[in-house]
Design a protein around this ligand. Structure first.
Ligand SMILES: [Zn+2]
Length: 366
């Protein structure tokens, strides 16, 4: 098929937060088109708007996600009830994203990151708000949530995922689950990564993925964060071996046993920061539609602030220069250095879209 034919046959979606059938369409488009979307952790309007700007600039759809800590920070680190802040911050950020995403003209999958056993009430709290939002608007507040119960026995993990998915599916929401353990720590979840330990647990067993498919696929849409040697954070290369073929083995097993087409699973790549580009491409070819990026975007955001301060040191010490009376307001105005950080974020995500082959592929049609 020629480029023009491909374009005309492509499904157009309304810009904004996508849920339900539109979510499924977007994920299927990624898998069929051999691309994945960057899933960026955000902590406030600066990072959210930077992500939206990057998506619009690159004509790429995008995934915006909040960790429990990111949600708490969005509500305010000083808010006295931390548990409540995690729910309210997520809801508040979601409402901001619903409002702005459609005006940036791209499709956004709105998601929350790792919730372990202790954080199940966080997810349930967001669903309480989500059900109210659904009654008001006919749309869920989030496209999807994640439950990471990979530290629990697999039966318990999958039963709990099934219970929550039964509540989400009627609203058109999807659930991301985790099988196998992604190394490293993400916002207090997961242990300090031991680079010298036996890391066999870092590889998901295809049989476990099949079990998940058999238990969840009849309930609703779900995706799997499978572990194939990926690690949260950036570590010295060489200590963990990425084995994307683990993903292929899971797809093959499920499609053979369940008689589906190729790549029946929606796969998610955690710990993408610092990954080799060839292995990213290989993972995407096995049905990865989402690659998380947090460490790298955090770094460039802060790096840009550091450079700005370095270039204008006096503005961060004096309102007016003590020697020559120069006013420094136009440098210490937080909009100046925060904008530098946003621009760096946009630049890093431009690279991420290119790596994931999502540039120019937005399904949004106004
Ligand atoms: Zn993760």
């Amino acid at each position: 098929m020629g480029e023009a034919a491909l374009k005309s046959s492509a499904v157009g979606l309304k810009p904004g937060v996508v849920t339900g059938d539109d979510y499924v369409t977007l994920v299927e488009s990624c898998k069929a088109g051999g691309y994945a979307l960057p899933a960026v952790n955000v902590t406030g309007t600066n990072t959210i708007n930077g992500v939206l700007e990057a998506a619009a600039k690159n004509k790429s759809d995008i995934i915006i996600q909040l960790s429990n800590g990111g949600a708490q920070f969005y509500a305010g680190q000083g808010f006295p009830d931390a548990t409540l802040a995690k729910v309210l911050g997520a809801v508040s950020a979601a409402r901001h994203i619903h409002m702005m995403a459609e005006h940036y003209g791209i499709c956004v999958i709105l998601h929350t990151d790792h919730a372990n056993k202790k954080l199940i009430p966080w997810v349930e709290g967001m669903l309480d708000h989500g059900e109210v939002f659904f009654k008001e608007t006919g749309k869920p507040l989030f496209s999807s949530h994640m439950l990471d119960l990979s530290e629990e026995p697999i039966e318990w993990n999958l039963n709990e995922c099934a219970r929550i998915l039964k509540r989400m599916a009627p609203m058109g929401m999807s659930l991301e689950i985790e099988l196998g353990v992604t190394g490293g720590e993400e916002d207090g979840i997961g242990g300090e990564f031991d680079e010298s330990a036996d890391n066999s647990k870092l590889y998901t067993q295809p049989e476990d993925v099949l079990q998940a498919y058999q238990q969840l696929s009849s309930i609703g849409s779900f995706s799997v964060a499978a572990s194939f040697g990926n690690v949260h954070g950036v570590y010295k290369p060489g200590n963990v071996k990425l084995r994307p073929e683990i993903l292929k083995n899971s797809q093959t097993l499920v499609s053979e046993k369940e008689g589906t087409g190729a790549n029946p699973l929606n796969l998610v790549f955690h710990g993408g920061s610092g990954s080799d580009k060839g292995q990213i491409t290989e993972a995407v070819s096995y049905g990865v539609f989402k690659m998380n990026i947090d460490t790298d975007t955090q770094f460039v955001f802060s790096e840009a602030v550091g450079k700005f301060v370095e270039a204008n040191p006096k503005a961060f010490k004096y309102q007016i220069d003590p020697d020559d009376g120069t006013p420094y307001k136009k440098f210490y105005d937080p909009r100046k250095w925060l904008r530098a950080a946003e621009e760096a974020l946009v630049e890093r995500l431009t690279e991420a879209c290119a790596d994931l082959n999502s540039t120019g592929k937005s399904l949004a049609q106004s």
